[in-house]
Structure formats: structure tokens, C-alpha cells
Design a protein around this ligand. Structure first.
Ligand SMILES: N[C@@H](CCC(=O)N[C@@H](CS)C(=O)NCC(=O)O)C(=O)O
Length: 211
């Protein structure tokens, strides 16, 4: 029995399956060999039913005994403290990992999410396209120079960056061979495949429960 609990939604429609951000935390636990359980809050009441645990009514959030944390990035950093498999222990390696994890959220995802959201809403050629292109081109140069973002090894920064980049609209946008190889390399890891399959199975089981 473990106290480490990843909280997600009890059900989501087909579209986001395989991309709900609890996958980031599942994946990290799988990489680190950390035992965890998954618990849920109701999709139908998500705007109001867990504001005490996630003030924006979103998932994921994480609980571990008395510790509670929301934001997938904060959850990943919390898990990284538990296992060197996710982050090196030397100051330079830890700092580089943290820096690239924040870059994934704050320099890449902060542009890509509004961009693909506008595309999904019908604005295929929206005003964020040039910004996304610039960021992805800059990242391509970094990834052409090395296999991993930090410390010459897989870290939780690669987990998060690959998760941000594997969104279909982002992958289909332009030709960036180093980025493509990077996403393929990181998502080829058994821990990703297990986390992904487990999330899909979780929502499929919920279909049956909803009738
Ligand atoms: N910045 C947050 C974003 C969380 C987020 O967007 N969660 C989505 C699922 S992946 C969600 O809960 N959507 C439902 C909603 O916003 O009502 C994080 O990284 O944890």
C-alpha cells in the first residue's frame, strides 16, 4: 500500500485521452519505480468539485500523506526529489534539469497550448503561428546538438519536454528532424508506454461505468 496518489478525472471524452496530464506523473512514477495509486474527481463537476485541491478545477494533483501539490510541473519536481532516476543529485545536473523542465512549461507549452487551442477552435492560421515556429526552431538547434536536454542523460525535463512536443498539431508543424527523433526516443521508453496504456485503459473502463 502506498500513500502516493495521482489524482485525475474519472472520465474524459475520446479527444484528450492519452494526453491528460496525469500521464506525466504516472510516467515519472514508472520511470522511478515508485508505487502509486490513481484516484479521481468527477469530470461532470470539474469546475467546482475539487477547488480545495486544485484551485483552477483542473487535474492532475498529487497527494502523498500530508503533502499535497497541484500543477504537473510541481508534481514532477516533487517526484524527482524521491528518485535519482528522474534528476541527478549534483548541483549542476539538478539546476540544468530544473531549468529545462521550466523551459518546457514556460517557453514552449505556454506558446504551443494557446496556438493549438486556437487551431482546434477553427483558427488554423492564427497569430501565434510565428511565435511557435520561432520557439520550435530554437529548440531544434538545441536538440540537434545532443540526445538529452540536461546532464547528458534522461531526466524529468525530457519527460516533460517530450510530453509537450508530442501533441499531434505540434509534431505535424514543419520538419524538424532532431525534434522528431527526440520525441520518438523519449516516448519509446517502456515507462511512457505503460503510463499511456494505463491512462487509456482508465478512461475506457470509465466508458463502461458511465454506460
Ligand atoms: N498547468 C496545469 C494545466 C492542467 C490542465 O490543463 N489540466 C487539464 C487536463 S490535462 C484539465 O484539468 N482540464 C479541465 C479543465 O480545465 O476544466 C498543469 O500542468 O497541471
Amino acid at each position: 500500500m502506498t500513500d502516493l496518489t495521482i489524482w485525475t478525472l474519472d472520465w474524459v471524452p475520446e479527444g484528450p485521452r492519452g494526453f491528460v496530464r496525469d500521464l506525466r506523473l504516472r510516467w515519472a512514477c514508472e520511470e522511478a519505480g515508485l508505487a502509486y495509486t490513481v484516484r479521481t474527481v468527477a469530470f461532470d463537476d470539474r469546475a467546482t468539485n475539487h477547488l480545495d485541491q486544485q484551485p483552477f478545477g483542473q487535474v492532475p494533483f498529487l497527494t502523498d500523506g500530508a503533502v499535497e501539490t497541484f500543477e504537473s510541473g510541481a508534481g514532477l519536481l516533487y517526484l524527482a526529489k524521491k528518485s535519482e532516476a528522474l534528476m541527478p543529485r549534483d548541483a549542476a545536473g539538478e539546476t540544468a534539469t530544473t531549468q529545462w523542465l521550466l523551459a518546457a512549461l514556460n517557453s514552449i507549452e505556454m506558446v504551443t497550448v494557446p496556438w493549438w487551442f486556437l487551431r482546434m477552435s477553427g483558427e488554423k492560421d492564427n497569430k501565434l503561428t510565428g511565435w511557435v515556429e520561432m520557439r520550435l526552431n530554437q529548440l531544434e538547434k538545441e536538440l540537434a546538438a545532443r540526445d538529452w536536454l540536461a546532464a547528458d542523460r534522461f531526466t524529468v525535463a525530457d519527460l516533460l519536454m517530450a510530453d509537450v512536443l508530442r501533441v499531434p498539431d505540434v509534431r505535424a508543424f514543419g520538419s524538424r528532424p532532431a525534434t522528431e527523433a527526440y520525441v520518438a526516443r523519449v516516448t519509446d521508453r517502456p515507462a511512457f508506454k505503460k503510463a499511456h496504456a494505463d491512462q487509456i485503459a482508465h478512461f475506457e473502463a470509465a466508458d463502461a461505468a458511465r454506460g
